[in-house]
Design a protein around this ligand. Structure first.
Ligand SMILES: Cc1cc2nc3c(=O)[nH]c(=O)nc-3n(C[C@H](O)[C@H](O)[C@H](O)COP(=O)(O)O)c2cc1C
Length: 483
């Protein structure tokens, strides 16, 4: 099977993967695996005639669990008295929806049985480097890489010495040497072993190598009358540390910021039952509201009539017409950031009928149009309560960039997100969007206009990317978890 080097992907794909994995709190590799899994599941024809897997080969993860797991761990259990706690650790990891495949050293099997470990993990247990069945497809390499994290608990003094010196003379040490995954060690040993100069050197070396340690804690030892630092961390502490490495907390760069967003079309009444509208679905604005909320912002979404559920955690004001939308926007100020993604009708009917207009022999009723308030220009030109960052959308069917640049100047906003909405693009009402972010270089009022063209993306991806740009501009913070 070919291996994929994320580093070699093009920048657009990398950005997408990074943002998607950050949003889903997964590693980039896991995200790729899930995307491929979804693709394969959505594939209607058999992909290739597959040879039956050898009966020792573990079934694909989705078959093993009946659901796509969120993360997987290879748990190496070393030969220490604390090995019994690893049985609880398996349970703790699994209740966090982390798949666990276990490897037992020879010494570990003196303390816990492969049968108990297998029963708890619901997986085959691995014990031998020279196992012809596992090595049919380089089992130790798979155990080393076909996971998101390796946990060693208990990490014996012996295993740490082997790791620090690059030994690979049994399955556990070979996996630890062959992996490119993060390693979490939960050392457990007698305090004298822990404080021994050799162990101290090994710990220092392992930390330099990027290995993460949890514990040991201090307390009573299994040996009667002995106490000190050397007790393995509790299973729950190890599981929490593993989860933190697997799913780093999602950063909230817009925490404390108030973001005002408009979305959808407006309906301009002709009479009590008819209206003038446009084809905007509101999907882009709703996606931006959800992304801003996920980034920690307090979000107020003023929406025209749409067929979408309100995004969770967002305050939504539902309106019909442009004038109602302006009212709600003004009522929502002050805000730190305003993003006007609604497709506001430029005109409304001046002579709106109080009753339903009737067909008469006199011919069609004349509809007089009058200009609607320009929400983007009104808010951009406020002297008081103007949000520090005002972003407009320019939906154009021709001369996209030129029209968007002149809109930026005309409306007095800070950025324009320009998108081509000509019918052939399917953007209006569709799920994908191709946008260009138009802004002044260095944010200067009269600075040169910069155009940043993004690849075609789903509206959710456009939203995440836009929110990432906003966060960077407003707070200097990134949406990505610290690695
Ligand atoms: C009863 C007993 C308890 C042990 N407990 C520990 C321990 O807690 N930590 C440790 O590092 N070694 C402990 N050892 C020593 C290891 O089992 C020994 O170093 C073994 O070679 C480790 O193998 P492994 O690192 O491949 O699992 C213990 C040995 C015995 C007999």
């Amino acid at each position: 099977m070919a291996s994929l080097t994320i580093r070699k992907l093009d920048e657009g794909v990398k950005t997408y993967l990074r943002l998607r994995s950050a949003r889903n709190r997964r590693s980039v590799e896991e995200e790729v695996r899930i995307i491929l899994g979804e693709l394969i599941q959505g594939h209607e024809e058999p992909l290739t005639p597959m040879a039956a897997p050898p009966d020792h080969a573990p079934a694909p993860v989705s078959q093993r669990t009946g659901a796509v797991p969120e993360a997987s761990v290879t748990l190496i259990i070393g030969g220490g008295i604390a090995a019994y706690k690893s049985l609880d650790l398996i349970r703790r990891l699994k209740e966090r929806r982390i798949e666990v495949r276990c490897v037992l050293t020879q010494a570990a099997q003196q303390f816990v049985t492969p049968l108990a470990v297998s029963a708890l993990s619901h997986e085959r247990v691995y014990t031998d480097l020279f196992d012809p069945q596992s090595e049919f497809d380089a089992g130790h390499i798979r155990l080393a890489r076909d996971c998101d994290l390796i946990v060693v608990a208990p990490a014996t003094a012996d295993l740490m010495a082997k790791m620090a010196n690059g030994h690979a003379d049994d399955l556990a040490s070979a996996i630890l040497l062959a992996t490119n995954r993060k390693i979490l060690l939960a050392p457990a040993m007698n305090p004298l072993m822990w404080n021994n100069a050799a162990t101290r050197r090994n710990v220092t070396q392992l930390q330099r190598d990027g290995v993460v340690l949890i514990g040991p804690n201090s307390g009573e030892m299994a040996e009667a009358g002995e106490a000190g630092v050397g007790r393995m961390s509790e299973a729950i502490e190890i599981a929490t540390a593993a989860e933190r490495l697997l799913r780093p907390p999602v950063p909230k760069p817009l925490a404390g910021k108030r973001v005002l967003i408009t979305a959808g079309p407006t309906h301009e009444p002709i009479d009590p039952v008819r209206y003038i509208a446009n084809r905007s679905s509101g999907k882009q604005g709703f996606a931006i509201a959800a992304a801003a909320q996920a980034a920690g912002a307090e979000v107020i979404l003023v929406s025209g009539p749409v067929d979408l559920d309100d995004p969770a955690g967002v305050t939504v004001k539902h309106v019909e017409s442009a004038r109602q939308m302006l009212e709600q926007v003004q009522a929502a100020l002050p805000a730190d950031i305003a993003i006007f993604a609604a497709a506001v009708a430029d005109w409304r009917v001046a002579n709106e009928g109080e009753q339903k207009l009737k067909k008469t022999s006199a011919g069609m009723p004349p509809l007089q149009l009058v200009e609607n308030p320009d929400i983007l220009a009104t808010i951009s030109k406020l002297t008081e309560k103007r949000p520090p960052l005002v972003i407009g959308f320019a939906a154009e069917t021709e001369h996209l960039i030129d029209n968007a640049k002149s809109k930026l100047a005309r409306k007095g906003c800070d950025w324009i997100v320009a998108n081509d909405v000509s019918p052939a693009t399917g953007v209006m009402g569709g799920d994908r969007n191709t946008v260009h972010l138009i802004s002044r270089k260095n944010g200067e009022k009269d600075g040169e206009i910069a155009v940043d063209s993004w690849p075609v993306m789903s509206k959710e991806q456009v939203a995440i990317e836009l929110v990432a740009h906003v966060a960077k501009s407003v707070t200097g913070k990134s949406l990505e978890p610290a690695s």
